[in-house]
Every structure is written in C-alpha cells, then in structure tokens.
Design a protein around this ligand. Sequence first.
Ligand SMILES: C[S@@+](CC[C@H](N)C(=O)[O-])C[C@H]1O[C@@H](n2cnc3c(N)ncnc32)[C@H](O)[C@@H]1O
Length: 234
Amino acid sequence: MRDFRATKKYRGDVAARYDEKRAVKDVTRRDQAIVENYLSKVAPGSSVLDIPAGTGRFIQFCLNRGLRYTGVDISPDMLDVARTKVPAGATNVELRVADARALPFGDDAFDYAIIIKFIKWLPNLELLIDVLKEIKRVTRKEAFVQIKVTRRLPLRRRAANLLGQLPIARHVFGAQADENGSSAAKTPVRPFRSFSQQELAEAFAAAGLHVRAIVPDGDLRRGRNFYILAKQVD
Ligand SMILES: C[S@@+](CC[C@H](N)C(=O)[O-])C[C@H]1O[C@@H](n2cnc3c(N)ncnc32)[C@H](O)[C@@H]1O
C-alpha cells in the first residue's frame, strides 16, 4: 500500500509536541466544539470509532457522555500520548494501531465513526473512496467526516496563488491576501488536498454512502464541512 505524508509525519517529537502546538489554535477549538456537539446527540451506550484518534482529544468527552470509545491511528507515538488521557480503570476505551485503509474490525462493528483532520491528507480521489468504503463497512449508523471542499477562487486570487511562487510576485501583488488570509507571495500553495463538490458526490456514491446532513465549519475562508454520512439503502 503506497504511503502518503501523514502516515509517517506524526512520530517522535511531532507526536510528543502535537497537543502543545495545536491547542492554541482557534480552528482546533472550533473543530472540537462541532464534534462534541455532534457526539452530544448520540445515545449513551453507543460505540464510537475515532479514525484516526491522534492524541485522543475526544476520549474524555466520549467517556463523559457514556459512549464506548475505540481509537485507531497508524502512529504508535500518537497513541502513546492518547493513552495518558485514559482515566485509570476505564473499561470503555480501546486504542489500537491500525491503518484507516484496512481496519481490523468486522462489518458494522461500531454505531458511529468520527473522522477529523484526516481526509485533507489523502492525495487523490481513489484513496478517498478506499477510506470511505472502510468507514462504511465498519459503521452501522453514521459517520461524521470533516472534509475540505474546493472553492472556486476569483481569477485574481488564483493568479496570485500561482504567481506567488515567484519572488517577483511580492512586488506585483504586494500584501494581497489569499483565501487563507496570508500574502500570496508568502503562502502560494495550499498545503492540504481539497475535493470539489463533484468529486465528493462521486466518492460518496462509489463508497455507497449518502449525505444525511452537512454541518458547515463556520469559517468560510477555510471551505471545510462536516458531512454526516450513512449507508445508501439499495
Ligand atoms: C492531524 S492528525 C488528526 C488526529 C485526530 N483526528 C484529531 O483531530 O486530533 C492526523 C493523524 O492521522 C494519522 N494517520 C496518518 N495516516 C494514517 C493512516 N493511513 N491510517 C490511520 N491513521 C493515519 C496520523 O498518525 C495522525 O495522528
């Protein structure tokens, strides 16, 4: 199976310092509130699979709500940090090293799945479809999936993003802000993969999932949505 950058990135020091670096970000707090709001509507006693669990930031919330929590991640180092968040004697938590593309669980093993800060790392549509198929296979009711959606930028900004890679661009565009609110010359290339509405429709259909609802991120500049996905009824 071909790796992509995130499968190797979150090791060692990156894992150890992940919480400290991320906790300060507004976007992290907003994500957290949106996911917790979703989970607060899930019936106590339900099982939730967190793919990938990272450092386990949703563990405590799930336990407080009486949910059964399972987290998987390809990085043992991230899960080591997550383990420090499991209260002593907690029986409703399981953490396992696993690849999101081949989950070590049977069909319909979980009521719900949450997939946060992961899809943006997938380099192409084929991989997105593979991951969505695995999510569908192991999930009985719903999956809550955060996805960055491609937005069509005005021509001037697209040009700025492209030309911003050249040193001369700073003089041409000055402090022209791109969609991330930074100068085009400083951040010419958007680092994460986004998918167009058409690609998403194709991927959901190929995976046999349908959109039950869409929860917008709230920050229009980022173009991210949280999709509540469920199995298509044949
Ligand atoms: C940005 S972190 C997000 C973690 C968590 N979902 C959160 O929101 O805090 C991305 C995580 O994806 C994990 N990862 C990367 N490739 C993976 C794969 N193929 N299968 C499972 N986890 C993977 C990394 O180890 C890392 O912990």
